[in-house]
Write a protein that binds this ligand. Structure first.
Ligand SMILES: O=C(O)CCC(=O)C(=O)O
Length: 359
């Protein structure tokens, strides 16, 4: 039987640990002691943030403003692998209603949530760990994971029935985000010197994949010892993250340190995933990120993953391969690729790096 059929140990809900009033967290959640101290301190948090880019100029009809925005996105992709977008066209009300409906979901009694308990076979549903290795260290978070695309995998019966507006909001939110991702895919293609529809075609055209993971980070009595989510790069194409409005927690790798993202009002945080790193032949790189927790406030975030069709081999775009810059990665389907994180959980950039060394 595949190790992805069931969890190796009984699942403990992090929210129940937090609600129990414990003051010392179980050993399995102690992660940060094992981290080597960073040789270079990260810059003071108040001085650095990932770029914030106004997308309205892309739609303005003014070519020079559009080119300026494309160039800002190009620099952000190359220098950070992360940026925030504002004036992106998604309704702010829809964003906040969707986030709040999920907050309500996580505050339902545990019996109602475990009706959606997930298994590692598909990860769909209510979960509390990533990875199936017995005895592995765990992150201080619960989550809900669902498939949005392809439609053949979308099963609204697996989405929460309560709060009653949840399914409808997720459907609307997903449609809007697919549209926005389509625009960003064109921008990335143009910026890489490819045909406008090159990346989208490589992902499978209309037949792409998209999933939502809603992360819930309960208050943690020893926040300096735990991580809400361990360092990882996203295995898919790109991610649009709707962070909690009031509580920061996402940290992005910058050199040897971490920069804490300060969310701009009504923005999405965009990041490049491993599949775009592969397609771009490492002109763009996925960047490691992690989540810290705190003792005063819980945090909710919605990560929308825009992925290639799971069955199409993904390899560097021909135009980006030359004698001077040979293809750095072999072809691999996303279904094969994502088995790694599903088995081992978040492991920095080790997966995409290992592809490179195999070649
Ligand atoms: O909660 C966050 O800010 C980041 C979440 C994330 O990195 C993920 O879901 O992969």
């Amino acid at each position: 039987m595949s190790c992805l059929q069931s969890w190796p140990e009984p699942i403990v809900r992090v929210q129940s640990l937090s609600d129990s009033g414990m003051t010392v967290i179980p050993d399995r959640y102690i992660k940060r002691l094992s981290e080597p101290p960073s040789p270079v301190e990260s810059p003071p948090e108040t001085e650095v943030n990932i770029p914030v880019i106004d997308l309205s100029n892309i739609f303005s009809g003014d070519d020079s403003l559009r080119d300026e925005t494309l160039s800002l996105i190009s620099s952000a992709c190359r220098e950070w692998g992360f940026f925030q977008v504002v004036n992106h066209g998604v309704s702010h009300e829809l964003m906040s209603r969707t986030r709040e409906v999920w907050r309500e979901f996580f505050h339902l009694p545990v019996e109602e949530k475990i009706a959606y308990a997930n298994s590692p076979a598909t990860y769909e549903g209510y979960g509390s760990r990533l990875g199936v290795e017995k005895g592995m260290k765990l992150d201080w978070s619960d989550y809900f994971f669902l498939h949005f695309l392809p439609k053949s995998l979308r099963d609204q019966k697996k989405w929460p029935m309560f709060p009653p507006s949840c399914r409808e909001l997720v459907a609307q939110y997903g449609e809007e985000l697919v549209r926005l991702c389509g625009i960003l895919m064109k921008v990335f293609s143009i910026n890489l010197g490819l045909e406008e529809d090159c990346l989208q075609k490589a992902f499978g055209g209309e037949d792409i994949g998209a999933c939502l993971r809603v992360n819930f980070y309960p208050k943690c009595p020893q926040p300096d010892l735990a991580l809400g989510l361990s360092p990882h790069s996203d295995p898919g194409g790109m991610t649009l993250l709707l962070p909690d409005e009031n509580v920061s927690g996402l940290q992005v790798r910058r050199g040897h340190g971490w920069v804490t993202v300060k969310p701009a009002p009504n923005a999405f945080i965009v990041n490049i995933g491993d599949q775009i790193q592969v397609l771009s032949n490492a002109n763009y790189k996925s960047v490691e990120h992690r989540v810290i927790v705190n003792s005063a406030k819980e945090r909710v975030s919605l990560a929308f993953f825009y992925n290639p069709n799971g069955k199409i081999p993904i390899k560097p775009a021909e135009k980006l391969v030359s004698e001077d810059r040979p293809a750095l990665y072999p072809a691999m389907t996303f279904n094969e690729y994502r088995l790694f994180i599903r088995t081992r959980g978040p492991c920095g950039k080790s997966q995409v790096e290992s592809l490179k060394s195999q070649h």
